[in-house]
Design a protein around this ligand. Structure first.
Ligand code: CDP
Length: 208
């Protein structure tokens, strides 16, 4: 079984993906971390974000077992990740890694921007998670502050809007729901409610 979860920044897809993986006994990959890890490595070495050959070489050294959201959660890393995510050759490299992860038994939950459309077009279930920009900015501000970072709501909201526009507007694998995705708007839901709604969708699809 493969569960594909896509959606914009701070839509709740990461938490849902982790909970669903635990519930159904599947492995989990947050594909955003693969873009973040490449971006963090480039930033740490002072390398340019627009050089595709350098980004691809960095991606080839990536170890999927060592991706740590705590280390990679910084706001600047998310921003840099969305800038390198427009590079088609880098995406090909990371998508190949992600597909290999998804194909290993017993199956997996992958979350990202293009899982239902590109990485796992034949996924058993596809969810597209959304929430209003204001709700997402509130969640992301709280998340950054809880990790001891400085985060101002207005700036987080501006940055989220800019990142959404970049992710949805790019030519390769733009953020959009697959035709057969189930939409889950979590604006009015807490984590528990969203999790139950997602389990119902997955169980409903498997019962068909
Ligand atoms: O957690 P948040 O939604 O802020 O970001 P993320 O999921 O860690 O992704 C960071 C950036 O990587 C996104 O803004 C996308 O530009 C890019 N990304 C992508 O292009 N495709 C994916 N499957 C996952 C992330």
């Amino acid at each position: 079984m493969i569960i594909a979860i896509d959606g914009p920044a701070a839509s709740g897809k990461g938490t849902l993906a982790r909970r669903l993986a635990a519930h159904f006994g599947l492995r989990h990959l947050d594909t955003g971390l693969t873009y973040r890890a490449v971006a963090a490595a480039l930033l740490a070495r002072g390398l340019p974000l627009g050089d595709e050959a350098v980004a691809i070489a960095t991606a080839r050294n990536l170890d999927l077992t060592r991706l740590d959201r705590d280390v990679l959660s910084a706001h600047e890393i998310g921003e840099a990740a969305s800038r390198i995510a427009v590079l088609p050759g880098l995406r090909r490299e990371l998508v190949a890694l992600q597909k290999r992860f998804a194909e290993q038994p017993p199956g997996a939950v992958l979350d990202g921007r293009d899982i239902g459309t590109v990485v796992c077009p034949d996924a058993t279930v596809k969810l597209f998670c959304t929430a209003s920009p204001e709700v997402r900015a509130r969640r992301r501000t709280a998340e950054l502050q809880s990790k001891g970072g400085e985060a101002a709501y207005d700036k987080v909201l501006d940055d989220l809007r800019r990142r959404d526009a970049r992710d949805a507007g790019r030519d390769v694998a733009p953020l959009k729901p697959a035709d057969d995705a189930h939409l889950l708007d979590t604006s009015e839901m807490d984590i528990e409610t969203a999790f139950k709604a997602a389990v119902d969708i997955v169980d409903g699809v498997r019962a068909d």
